[in-house]
Write a protein that binds this ligand. Structure first.
Ligand code: OGA
Ligand code: NI
Length: 365
């Protein structure tokens, strides 16, 4: 049984078994062994059509083709707003468990607090707690699911959501243009863009080498903007999980990554970043992910298929269907993994019996 919050486990010397991952899933690179491979791009002058715009766009497009991840600075989101948002988020996770659990979303409630593992119903749990809001479209806002503590949080979150929606749309304009389409092409393909804010809190972990804060995944949506603190822990791979890099935290920057929807719309030209989060025993870590997703009924299909290319999707599907397929593939992979593990155990067991029977065989022979 996993406790309802992680608070109780942080002081333990060994990791609770439900968080222990198979060896092949465990971290390969330390949380603070930073790489500078992911470009940090200044957006200063992005609106100057005659000026820096072309150069900035080129860098963004290259990063999307290369990793599907980049960082942006000089992005126009007020530093005071960012620091208020982070401070209030930290204060929320520092509340006593019973306060956090007033907003418990287990059982399918839309928004609130949860230990992430309870959400996914996975065999191995992620070492994180989250609080999440559905912020756009406006008609989907359900303030009864937005924590009322710490004070002032709702107003700050609203402003943060609005500013990040603006920044995301600006970045999607760049990608639309790079595809040779009108500026609004990608946002239009989202029909009525949806935004979900997930605040991840990764407590200090007694045995970080055995577990993950958030297991390897690609984000399903169009584009994600992540604000992370200075601790480090976000990792990316572009060779299917063989080698990993830890993204260097940059004060005040957003890490931008593309999701599956962005990948499909570009017919695979832009990568859906393959990433995970690792934890450590020295510091707790906070990150705020803002997911920009299409409406569930939006069509997922390449907006542009370049000369000589084939569509990477057989047929147009809705985003809801794309998500359903992604989830069932994940479940199937987890099932196969479990089967393989059971077989391995069984083989070991058989081998043991075989060894024991050896002396008898010798006697008989
Ligand atoms: C996510 C995510 C990474 C991090 O929330 O989808 O990838 O560093 N977060 O918290
Ligand atoms: Ni992610």
């Amino acid at each position: 049984m996993t406790p309802k919050t992680l608070t109780a486990l942080v002081e333990e010397k060994t990791l609770h078994g439900s968080f222990v991952r198979d060896e092949d899933e465990r971290p390969k690179v330390a949380y603070n062994e930073f790489s500078t491979e992911i470009p940090v791009i200044s957006l200063a002058g992005i609106d100057e059509v005659e000026g820096r715009r072309a150069e900035i766009c080129k860098k963004i497009v290259e990063a999307c083709e290369d990793w599907g991840v980049f960082q942006v600075v000089d992005h126009g989101v007020d530093a005071a707003l960012i620091s208020n948002m982070s401070r209030l988020a930290r204060e929320f996770f520092a509340l006593p468990p019973e306060e956090k659990l007033r907003f418990d979303m287990s059982g399918g409630k839309k928004g609130g607090f949860i230990v992430s593992s309870h959400l996914q119903g996975e065999a191995v749990n992620d070492w994180r707690e989250i609080v999440t809001y559905f912020s756009y479209p406006l008609r989907h806002r359900d303030y009864s699911r937005w924590p009322d503590k710490p004070e002032g949080w709702i107003a700050v979150t609203e402003e943060y959501s609005e500013k990040l929606m603006g920044l995301a749309c600006k970045l999607l304009e760049v990608l639309s243009e790079a595809m040779g389409l009108e500026k609004e092409a990608l946002t239009k393909a989202c029909v009525d863009m949806d935004q979900k804010v997930v605040i991840n809190y990764y407590p200090k972990c007694p045995q970080p080498d055995l577990t993950l804060g958030l297991k390897r995944h690609t984000d399903p949506g169009t584009i994600t903007l992540l604000l992370q603190d200075q601790v480090g822990g976000l990792q990316a791979t572009r060779d299917g999980g063989n080698t990993w890099i830890t993204v260097q935290p940059v004060e005040g920057a957003f890490v931008v990554n593309l999701g599956d929807h962005g990948h499909y719309l570009s017919n695979g030209r832009f990568r859906n970043a393959d990433h995970q989060a690792v934890v450590n025993s020295n510091y707790s870590r906070l990150s705020i992910a803002t997911f920009q997703n299409p409406a569930p009924e939006a069509t997922v299909y390449p907006l542009k298929i370049r000369e000589g290319e084939k569509s990477i999707l057989e047929e147009p599907i809705t985003f809801a269907e794309m998500y359903r397929r992604k989830m069932s593939k994940d479940i199937e992979l987890a099932r196969l993994k479990k089967l393989a593990k059971e077989k391995q155990l069984q083989d070991l067991e058989n081998a043991k019996h075989h060894d024991q029977s050896k002396p008898i065989e010798r006697i008989v022979a």
